[in-house]
Design a protein around this ligand. Structure first.
Ligand SMILES: [Fe+2]
Length: 273
């Protein structure tokens, strides 16, 4: 099973540019084209939040259009730039979102079980796993302890060292780590929010990762007073390959046209000229 992760599209109304710089719709169109062209094709696509920039209905309408070329199931969760009810209205017809409450859900018909968590606090940049959401997660994981499981959530439940992003991290991360420690079937936790590829171990065994944005990236700055700024490094996405022998291996791909491919070898010898 192959899972493509795309994240942090920040789609605006048609024709609008994000932060006076980023044509986020063109960026997502390029990401979707790259994922749609993959061979082998992913079995499912997950979008880990900040689907839109302001959570407005017209932004979700454009998002639907932009995702349409993907002919695989697409599972979305909200980020801090999304608006829960507008997202629900836009995507409820796809059949996987609950009718009310948090946008938590599971996907049960794939070799790896998908558990989607809504970490949004309306109006806030940081996220939260409150007791209600943690209890739902605990019950949900306890219901299938032997199935390899992947959690998707927007806010990262660990400190990254990028100070301004850690200040808008995930409340409840400590309890989440304790909970993960009790559910060894969780292979991975895939997050967005950071607009970079970052990995950490949480809860003793699970690898938690964030993925690059399809649009702009958060500057890599580990100084304690680093400003909240973005850079136009190459956008990307991730491919998570569930191996038949168990476990997952993850790849980060950049989007765009680059020179190559070039051969390493010619006529049985390594090229040395
Ligand atoms: Fe974002």
């Amino acid at each position: 099973m192959l899972i493509a992760q795309i994240t942090d599209f920040h789609i605006k109304a048609r024709g609008k540019i994000a932060y006076r710089v980023v044509d986020t719709a063109s960026c997502l169109a390029a990401a979707v084209a790259a994922v749609a062209a993959l061979d082998p094709a992913p079995d499912i696509v997950v979008g880990t939040g900040d689907l839109t920039d302001f959570g407005r209905p017209e932004e979700y309408a454009l998002l639907r259009e932009l995702l349409a070329p993907l002919d695989k199931p697409v599972y979305l969760i909200p980020g801090n730039h999304d608006e829960r009810e507008a997202m629900r209205r836009a995507f409820r017809g796809d059949g996987y979102l609950p009718a009310s409450g948090f946008l938590n859900y599971t996907v049960e018909d794939q070799p790896v079980r998908l558990v989607a968590l809504d970490t949004v606090i309306p109006g806030a940049s940081g996220g939260r796993l409150c007791d209600e959401r943690l209890q739902w997660l605990d019950r949900t994981l306890a219901a299938a302890p032997d199935r390899p499981t992947l959690i998707i959530m927007h806010h990262q439940p660990f400190a990254t060292g990028i100070a301004h992003m850690d200040r808008i991290g995930c409340d409840g991360a400590d309890k989440f780590a304790e909970l993960l420690a009790r559910h060894a079937q969780v292979e991975r936790v895939l997050c967005g929010h950071l607009h970079r590829s970052i990995q950490a171990r949480v809860g003793g065994h699970a690898i938690v990762s964030t993925a690059p944005s399809t649009a702009h990236q958060v500057a890599l700055d580990l100084s304690p007073n680093g400003p909240s700024v973005f850079v136009m490094e190459p956008p990307g996405y991730q491919l998570h390959l569930c191996r038949p022998e168990g476990g997952m291996v993850s790849h980060t791909a950049v989007i765009g046209d680059y020179a190559g491919p070039y051969p390493f070898w010619e006529n049985g010898a390594q090229i040395d000229e």
